[in-house]
Ligand binder design. Sequence first.
Ligand code: PMV
Length: 321
Amino acid sequence: MRAATARAYPNIALVKYWGKRDAAWNLPATGSLSLTLDVFPTTTTVEPDPTLTADVFTLDGVAAPAPALERVRRFLDLVRERAGTDTAARVRSVNTVPTGAGLASSASGFAALAVAASAAYDLDLERPGLSRLARRGSGSAARSLVDGMALWHAGTDEESFAEPVASPEVAMVVTVLEAGPKPVSSREAMTRTALTSPYYRAWVESASQSLQAALSACRDGDLDRLGRIAESNALRMHAAIEASDPPVRYLRPGSIAVFDRVEQLREEGLCAYATADAGPNVVVICPPSEAEAVRTALAPFGTTVTAGPGPGAALIAEPVG
Ligand code: PMV
């Protein structure tokens, strides 16, 4: 065993994962498609230490809150079980994505943790194995193991990993409206949607169809079609979530204003489509050549950052201090 450090980037889903077929194994009800970004990385060092009596987890230099420590501990237990050891670890993580704001910090977080922990505990895993492992921490983390466009398969534990797919050239303009924590965690809201939303079954059916259509648009290199599918898929997910009891609403007035502005941009001739995960922030998909025009148009709504396709989670040399 040794200290190991990994860096992972968030991913934004174009066809969303929302609902589990099996909660214990974190198997999704449907497959999903995402783009790994080249901004907002999480860097994590895992240092097994036989003198520790329990795992220690610091996030951005301070002791992580109990629920976050508990999630990390349960994840490390999976790694330790495979490694045949009960040695605790010191985990240090630095997050540059606003935590809990619906910008997939759990995806970059668990992807980095999976890569660092499996190296630290000497698990010999290839990319699909790492993607399956990351999935156990947070479903969407399975996709942050992949460079650029990632398809995460539904199915059994063995089948449910992410792999790269060909993609048209694409940029994403991230509009951060509120960087505060979300009112209901995606984990909780996902369960609530499945149990109480009358639209859940329709969502699952439509997401499977959207995935096939999106993959076909990717194969054809057709960003306009891919964007249209992504925007309607996002709004369908939010409709299903909002119809839960008690209701959950992630989109804020500012989010809706960005969707409206993006519609206008299309009328003005740009190829721009909006999506949003479990939070108020909106991400706009466009060709790289139009990213600056889109960013300028969205600047009045919040903090805007232009991203391109980023690398899958990987080991790096410098540890988190
Ligand atoms: O991985 P989780 O449990 O944080 O769920 C992520 C869900 C969405 O971000 C809303 C959609 C997705 O596919 O990433």
